[in-house]
Design a protein around this ligand. Structure first.
Ligand code: ATP
Ligand code: MG
Length: 334
């Protein structure tokens, strides 16, 4: 469905660093890939580049086997019929002066085979129903919607042209927990009903676990690990993935365990180290283990490790008897 190869992105401007460095991934039709990584790692940039909102300075993007050339109007139109991006803040993407009905209809009128107002009304009602809103909401304005309702409208707009791939960038991050759950349920139902494919960007690993079949861990524009979701969460191989997972509070079984926190900042893309991008903060790297200087000098390529792919010279092994003792730096949580 989506194939991204050797993607490289540098925003225009003097002395701007390369923010995405050689990222490749694919999502099969009907699949859902989670993209995780700390703030500034380049998650949104990747989603924006797919729809032409960030400059692709190298590599290629193909949808359904057709390479996308954002410079060509025809290619852009074909792309927008197949791929839609949904942002974190639904209100920012809705014009306060357009009613919900007009906003949703704007997204599909002109694109598909809608020619009469009866067809328009029918399609509008269908879209509102698909996102769980009563047809009467067509008359409302954005200021009359709750955050969750506004996000449903944004999703209805995205579905207008019957896309096959949705790029979901932190779509529940601005909502409270119970509303988050209802939007996540909606997204899962829509995926099943419409056979959609998802790229899911989320800080919250539980969301990736809930919605996705595969996940990819990004840091400073570099992929550190990629695996099936169960594999990634149960047997993380990259020390950064492990620290990310260990930093999630376990609500069900508070065992008094202090949370492992990634201390320090990720590398500035302008001064990305020549070795591994996680070295300066790695609990099992050269700052904590002798003989691991290679991490400082050589960037580890993403390589197969069991069923996963990991970019680490000393990945954590999970086979019996060969377990790496992992002593993540423990920081007292406040
Ligand atoms: N329009 C822009 N122009 C220049 N640099 C940008 C632009 N947008 C993002 N960047 C830079 O690109 C890098 C990646 O940003 P991006 O927004 O993709 O991160 P992110 O992983 O989505 O972070 P967050 O989790 O905070 O949303 C950052 O260093 C950021 O400063
Ligand atoms: Mg972002």
């Amino acid at each position: 469905m989506l194939e991204v190869e050797n993607l490289r992105i540098r925003y225009p401007g003097r002395d701007r660093p390369t923010v995405i460095e050689d990222v490749s991934f694919a999502i099969a039709p009907g699949g859902a890939l989670g993209l995780v990584g700390e703030s500034g790692s380049g998650k949104s940039t990747i989603a924006k580049a797919i729809v032409g909102l960030a400059p692709v300075t190298g590599g290629s993007i193909a949808v359904d086997g057709s390479p996308i050339d954002h410079a060509r109007a025809r290619s852009r139109r074909a792309l927008h019929d197949r791929v839609q991006l949904v942002f974190q803040d639904p209100r920012a993407s809705l014009n306060p002066r357009r009613s919900v009905g007009d906003a949703v209809a704007d997204a599909f009128v002109g694109g598909a085979t809608i020619s009469t107002s009866v067809e328009r009304g029918r399609r509008l009602a269908e879209l509102l129903e698909q996102v769980g809103l009563p047809a009467s909401f067509a008359e409302r304005f954005p200021s009359e919607l709750s955050g969750g309702q506004a996000q449903r409208v944004a999703i209805a707009r995205a579905l207008g042209r019957r896309p096959r791939l949705l790029l979901l960038d932190e779509v529940t991050a601005s909502l409270d927990v119970s509303v988050q759950a209802s939007i996540l349920n909606l997204l899962r139902d829509l995926r099943d009903e419409l056979g959609l494919t998802y790229l899911v960007i989320a800080h919250d690993l539980a969301i990736v676990r809930y919605l996705c079949d595969h996940a990819m861990v990004l840091q400073a524009g570099v992929v550190l690990e990629r695996a099936a979701v169960a594999e990634l969460f149960d047997e993380p191989r990259h020390p950064y993935t492990k620290v990310l997972i260990d930093s999630v509070p376990e609500m069900e079984s508070p065992d008094g365990r202090e949370l492992a926190l990634v201390t320090g900042d990720p590398p500035d893309p302008a001064h990305r180290p020549s070795g591994c991008v996680f070295t300066s903060r790695c609990p099992i790297g050269p700052l904590h283990r002798v003989g691991r200087e290679i991490c400082l000098s050589d960037r580890p390529p993403l390589s197969p490790q069991g069923d996963a792919e990991v970019a680490c010279h000393f990945p954590i092994t999970h086979s019996a008897g060969a377990r790496e003792v992992f002593d993540a730096p423990r920081t007292v949580s406040t």
